[in-house]
Design a protein around this ligand. Structure first.
Ligand code: SDX
Length: 430
């Protein structure tokens, strides 16, 4: 029996047999590439809830079971045993690096962490209080200007170098965005510091004296970056793929991913969670906000809750909540109160029929902001940190796509609802 489905247009009685494409795990997909030619019909799937845009071997998610794996490795094991650089190598190259390969990869990343000195001048064009994501989007896109003509995207070595350059430079650009905001001089990356330690150094060191990162902060940042590194065909990764499908410069494609990530429904949710917890203020106000979240006439949503794919606990939220406990256990003040309020909000929401029925659980963004806050990272930098981590995933998908033999420009169609044909009306008859 062939692996196909048969669709019948009940209006015309015509049937069409379509092949099913199967992967190594998870749902198969109906190959509809011949559907329009055979039936004159498109498919319609707003938000791409049930649409596979590509084949990919990078990340596997089972939303019902709350499973997340990078290249087959469970996220829980990677978060417990790896550094972010090991995971970045895994995502790009497909394998966890041995000692030598990791040293070589890290050395290449270190080599690319400095940015062209003229790039640092771009930040002077931004008001000091510009949102760091606005600076990230602008400056990451401007990387194209420095490497556009030294990049042949058909050349595998050029592609690998561009991928490593982007992972390296987004950290430096992120730190520079922060320094611009606080009016401090930019700090150069240090070749003797590993990636996350280097980022914290570029953010918090000053030319006035020595700076050593807190090992607890470095470990927490590695875990946060591993958890945020990739997530299948999410909105920002799909944006990168769509931009790349036209053959655009990879730096411009990653900048497109940065802008897509910024939205509060996506990577901007971590910043929105902290803002919302501030608005809630205390446990007594929680029922009022839960009621608003349930009110169909109120656009208000509980930020950090719900997910397109996870209809179970986001496995990343489970890990982050544990890390938050560990990082915050020495804190008493505002951070502890905010974390305790978040735990109470989660407890109340998960007992409410509305959330239970819709399988709305805390997602990766619900607790991450509290950890970043405890590490001294301000809330307008939270999505920037997400973008730094996700760049590893974005460049992995870009590399995978560039090797895909079925490489076509992404060009969705539509169901047209506009005016049917009508003739021009002269001005004196309008
Ligand atoms: C990320 O895709 C990824 O993988 C993203 C990400 C990644 O790593 O790349 O995981 C990162 O973006 C996590 C999500 C961060 N966003 C938020 O926390 C914002 C709050 N969440 C919602 O906006 C929403 O849950 C989304 C955007 C995350 C998912 O939206 P969907 O899949 O389109 O869900 P939906 O709007 O169809 O909701 C289904 C129902 C609706 O109610 P009904 O119409 O069925 O009555 O659930 C309700 C929604 O109103 N609902 C919520 C809710 N989320 C969904 N109601 C209140 N509060 C919420 N947060």
């Amino acid at each position: 029996m062939s692996d196909t489905v048969t669709l019948t247009d009940n209006t015309t009685g015509r049937s069409v047999e379509l092949p099913i494409q199967r992967g190594s795990e998870g749902p198969g997909a109906i190959d509809i590439s011949t559907l329009y030619r055979e039936t004159g019909l498109f498919t319609y799937d707003p938000g791409f809830v049930a649409t596979a845009s590509c084949h990919s071997a990078i990340t596997y998610i089972d939303g019902e079971a709350g499973i997340l794996r990078y290249r087959g490795y469970p996220i829980e094991q990677l978060a417990e045993h790896c550094t972010f650089m090991e995971v970045a190598h895994l995502l790009i190259c497909g394998e966890l690096p041995g000692v030598e390969k990791l040293a070589e990869f890290q050395s290449t990343i270190h080599k690319h962490m400095m940015v062209n000195e003229s790039l640092t001048k771009f930040f002077q064009g931004f008001r000091y209080d510009s949102h760091p994501m606005a600076m990230m989007a602008g400056v990451v896109a401007s990387l194209s200007a420095f490497y556009h003509d030294t990049l042949d995207i058909e050349n595998l070595e050029h592609r690998a170098e561009a991928a490593q350059r982007m992972i390296a430079k987004v950290a430096t650009i992120a730190a520079a965005s922060y320094k611009r905001n606080i009016g401090e001089p930019f700090m150069y990356p240090q070749n003797n510091l590993h990636y996350c330690d280097n980022l914290l150094h570029m953010m918090f060191a000053t030319p006035c004296g020595p700076y050593e990162s807190d090992p607890v902060a470095v470990r927490a940042l590695n875990i946060l970056f591993i958890l945020h590194a990739d997530h299948e065909q999410n909105a920002s990764t799909s944006t990168v793929r769509l931009a790349a499908s036209s053959g655009a410069n990879p730096y411009a494609c990653i900048a497109a991913g940065v802008t897509s990530l910024w939205g509060p429904a996506h990577g901007g949710a971590n910043e929105a969670v902290l803002k919302q917890l501030d608005e809630i203020g205390c446990r007594e106000n929680i029922p009022k906000f839960i009621a608003r979240a349930k009110d169909k006439d109120d656009p208000f949503r509980l930020m950090g809750f719900g997910h397109r794919v996870y209809k179970n606990y986001d496995p990343r939220a489970t890990i982050i909540r544990q890390v938050a406990h560990e990082v915050l256990e020495n804190y008493q003040g505002k951070d502890r109160r905010m974390f305790d309020l978040a735990l109470e909000l989660e407890e109340i929401a998960l007992k409410d029929e509305y959330f239970v029925e819709r399988k709305l659980y805390p997602n990766v963004d619900f607790y991450s902001g509290m950890i970043y806050h405890a590490l001294g990272i301000p809330r307008n930098m939270l999505t920037v940190m997400f973008a730094v981590a996700r760049t590893a995933g974005w460049v992995s998908h870009w590399m995978e796509m560039m090797c895909d033999p079925v490489k076509r420009i992404g060009r969705p169609r539509q169901v047209y609802d506009g005016a049917v044909k009508r003739d021009f009306v002269p001005m004196d008859q309008r």
